[in-house]
Design a protein around this ligand. Structure first.
Ligand code: ADP
Ligand code: MG
Length: 614
């Protein structure tokens, strides 16, 4: 761009600041450089002022950022300070780019993405300008360090020899830097897609403010980085982002658009007499039976009410449940179905696919260049405010096992290792599946003894279902019929859609599928749950309270054997309350009634009976 044009643009920015950001710049000048070092600009303001400049800012961000920052330095301040190193940080871009949609054409432009922080390194000083002191003559040679590789001087500026040099730290300039990995939010993914992520490099005042598990909107400029190094350099490049601003989002179900029509439909549905049956029939319809397990999964989706006590402590409203049983009984199928209906969920295996496992970990890997420690969020943190479906829970690592205790009850996970001290939120419900101790239940040993988890962990589950696979002619024939029917419907549908079989109509498929279609459409159910969770906070009626109290006292009088694998503790009482609240929420009811209490007592009783308590 021509020189005249530069000054013109800088003038335009100065005028923009005077019109729109006079107060903000005044405040910045007051607290610069200790508390504030950035001027945040709303893209909409810039667009209103000058649409061309606003568009150019996104298309040629580096150039425009320079003008914007130069204008800030030239700005006439009422107080006598210089905003020499202040940053201009653009926010609130007109649209969000999906992480998985980032392509070569986006490189060198400014975009904003939404997601969850998966990994974050510690905040480390990064050299910006290195002062090399010549060991022969003592002259300082200053080399700016802008790229990724460390640049050394070719020769000393004083004696023109090749050193040797020593870095003079006092005369060098450092800036705080941090690297983040932002991954697509669980709620943005449909049906178990593998989440994609992008790495973000940030500097100075915006470092150190986010933790793994935080939901964020990140705005920044996309750059390329060549894969491999030295002789191994590849023709393929990685895209990373130079972050300009990182905003923490409210973790509620922000993506859920519930229209007035949806709301009407939800309320109408909630008044139907058979709403519980409809809900049950909407969970994994291809899996035959398991009505009680499915009802429990529904209650888990709705969850109880989290209580904040006056003394600052809290009682979780989230329900944890475990399916433990013989192989091939449909556990994995039911677990993975959760992804279709939970507004936010993470599905994983206890064996763990990432180094962070189920909870969180401080790891030293390529992300921190092999030297820095990185804090990485595991499934329970990524599922914050949602459901973590963990298959093969019995195979989790020993580290996860111990971190899990805190994660499930206090709903936070503390990591303290290698100078990283952090507490991550894990306000999620755990839906676990596991096999018994010997792979399948041994009918000669009590079921309670065959659960391969320690008592402290077991006691944190609100419900434990045991599933045995015993031959039973009646049940087996119905199950067979159901599976064959499901397969037949699937075959018809495949023929119709894949090979366009002319003699198969959609009606024909539908009539066959009816039995295996969910009663409530998954999309609507997801909205229903999100609506109930953010609008309905039921309280106990006296009758419900009485029923739960009586049941609990009765249980304790029978099952307080200290050696019992599943002792009945006060946790069970809290579990009953949570379950009953969830039951009321299904009806969108503000009160927990006797029938809610009875419904959940029935479930708890049968679970305990199966394990051998009672
Ligand atoms: P698990 O995780 O308990 O070992 P899976 O969920 O992998 O079992 O199920 C194995 C297979 O058996 C799946 O294809 C599943 O659909 C089928 N199956 C098991 N139980 C049922 C059931 N009750 N109804 C329908 N299909 C079932
Ligand atoms: Mg399985």
């Amino acid at each position: 761009m021509a020189r005249a044009e530069n000054t013109e643009l800088i003038d335009r920015f100065e005028q923009f600041y005077r019109n729109y950001y006079r107060n903000e710049i005044g405040e910045l000048a007051q607290s610069y450089p200790n508390e504030k070092r950035s001027l945040y600009i709303n893209w909409n303001d810039l667009y209103q002022y000058d649409a061309d400049i606003a568009d150019d800012y996104l298309a040629q961000p580096q150039q425009l950022q320079e003008y914007a920052e130069e204008a800030l330095r030239l700005y006439d301040l009422p107080v006598d300070v210089s905003l020499g190193q202040a940053h201009v940080r653009l926010q609130n871009l007109p649209e969000h780019t999906d992480i998985r949609a980032i392509r070569a054409r986006h490189v060198n432009t400014m975009v904003s993405v939404q997601g969850i922080i998966r990994k974050a390194t510690g905040v480390r000083p990064k050299i910006q300008e290195a002062a090399f002191e010549c060991q022969r003559c003592g002259t300082l040679t200053y080399i700016p360090q802008s790229g990724g590789d460390f640049q050394e001087p070719h020769e000393c500026q004083g004696c023109e020899r090749q050193g040797p040099f020593r870095i003079n730290f006092d005369q060098s300039e450092f800036i705080d830097s941090q690297k983040l990995r932002v991954q697509e939010s669980p709620e943005g993914l449909r049906g178990g897609e593998t989440p994609q992520s992008i790495d973000v490099h940030i500097e100075d005042d915006i470092t150190g403010h986010v933790s793994p598990g935080d939901h964020v909107t990140v705005t920044g400029v996309l750059h390329l980085e060549q894969q491999g190094s030295g002789q191994e350099k590849s023709a393929v490049f990685d895209v990373y982002m130079e972050g300009v601003s990182v905003e923490i989002e409210d973790e509620e179900f922000e993506d859920m658009d519930i229209t007035d029509e949806d709301k009407e439909q939800i309320i109408e549905l909630s008044n139907e007499g058979n709403i519980y049956e409809q809900m049950v029939d909407s969970i994994a319809p291809a899996i035959y039976g398991y009505d009680q397990e499915k009802l429990a999964m529904i209650l888990q989706l709705f969850s109880g009410v989290t209580k904040h006590l006056p003394d600052g402590s809290r009682i979780r409203g989230d329900l944890h449940m475990l399916l433990i049983g013989d192989p091939g009984t449909g556990k994995s199928q039911m677990l993975s179905y959760i992804q279709h209906i939970a507004p936010r969920s993470v599905y994983t295996s206890g064996k763990g696919s990432s180094s962070a496992g189920l909870t969180a970990a401080a790891v030293r890997d390529d992300f921190g260049d092999g030297q820095q420690w990185t804090l990485e969020a595991g499934a329970l943190v990524l599922a914050d405010k949602g459901i973590a479906a963990v298959d093969e829970l019995d195979k989790m690592s020993p580290e996860d096992r111990s971190a899990m205790h805190e994660g499930l009850e206090q709903q936070k996970i503390s990591v303290s290792k290698a100078g990283i001290n952090a507490t991550l939120k894990s306000r999620c419900s755990l839906l676990g599946a596991a096999n018994p101790k010997y792979g399948r239940f041994d009918q000669y040993e009590s079921i309670g003894e065959q659960i391969n988890l320690e008592p402290a962990l077991i006691s944190r589950f609100d419900l434990i279902f045991t599933v045995t696979d015993k031959p039973d002619p009646d049940h087996d024939s119905q199950l067979a019929e159901h599976i064959l029917q499901t397969n037949f419907a699937g075959e018809l549908n495949t023929q119709r859609t894949e090979i366009n079989a002319p003699n198969i109509t959609e009606e024909q498929v539908n009539s066959q599928t009816e039995e295996v279609a969910p009663a409530i459409d998954a999309e609507l159910l997801r909205k229903y749950i999100a609506y109930a969770k953010s609008n309905v906070y039921p309280t106990m009626t006296e009758e419900a309270r009485e029923a739960i109290r009586d049941f609990y006292v009765d249980l304790r009088s029978k099952g307080t054997d200290e050696d019992a694998p599943i002792p009945v503790t006060a946790r069970k009482l809290e579990a009953l309350v949570r379950l009953a609240e969830a039951s009321a929420r299904v009806r969108l009811s503000d009160t927990v009634e006797r029938k809610d209490a009875d419904r959940v007592i029935e479930i708890v009783r049968s679970c305990l009976q199966d394990i051998g308590v009672d």
